[in-house]
Design a protein around this ligand. Sequence first.
Ligand code: PBG
Length: 329
Amino acid sequence: MVHLEQRPRPRRNRKSEAIREACRETTVGPQHFIYPLFVHEGDADIPIASMPGCARLSPRSLLAEVERARAVGVRMIALFPAIDEALKDPHGKESYNPDGLVPRTVATLKSRWPDVMVVTDVALDPYSSDGHDGIVAPDGRILNDETVAVLCRQAVAQARAGADVVAPSDMMDGRVGAIRDALDAEGFTEVSILAYTAKYASAFYGPFRDALDSAPRHGDKKTYQMDPANAREALRELMLDEDEGADMVMVKPAGAYLDVIARVRDATTLPVAAYQVSGEYAMLKAAAERGWLDERRAVLECLTAIRRAGADVVLTYYARQVAQWLTGA
Ligand code: PBG
């Protein structure tokens, strides 16, 4: 037998759950989660086939789900509306209707639970008859500055309804600064901006687009969302969003972009968020349903990895479920 007695033995720090817990570098809890929820105008919930456990919720069910989440410590939610086709147009005008689904829902949520932080998505895709995040020119180009003007109106309408955080997910250039100016000009200096800083043109958004019927009718999103091959470019987007006044920055998707999360974490003093997107959720659910993965262990491992990579905040469709697991509820 070899003599190892004098040698370092990392296993000593793993010998009991008490020691492991004391030495644990990363924690995951409900306080870290933002819970994305889908809402629509109907009276019934419409389950989303590719996202088991998620549905387009009626306004009433949405309130019930927020209550359940809040009861287990999830106090930040992100709202995504499914908009009636009849209200969609090429300019996404419904996006800044003060009586639209999102402003009404925000107002109800905030009057019921002032302590719940409501994050609203700023982008045109749910409202656009073209299914793009921006306005589409006749030749198919996505018009940047014209879009930013609409996004500013959308953000102000959301702030006026009581949104705590507006989250531009559109990837137009210059939108963070323009939205900051628009909010400040209307007196909404306390409304935060969570910028989708490094949002990649990802295949993992598929189930979300099914959920909202928001897939682009023509073309793809590659002229505004980032190329999955690029990481340095994320740092350039980060510099710009910081300069323009972002309060938090986001990397999206999360699981396949842990290196980007880590680089962004190292390059900024701002809080970093990461979005475990619909496709990541769908993969975990599908494998768990077949009995191919232990759902709890796999999900907690993924969320821990996202936190370990450097995310302070994690957007996840698992938020309420995980909080229940963790609290034994
Ligand atoms: C659109 C938006 C998307 C998601 C959040 N906001 C889809 C897209 O960019 O096509 C995706 C979220 C997910 O897949 O869970 N502004």
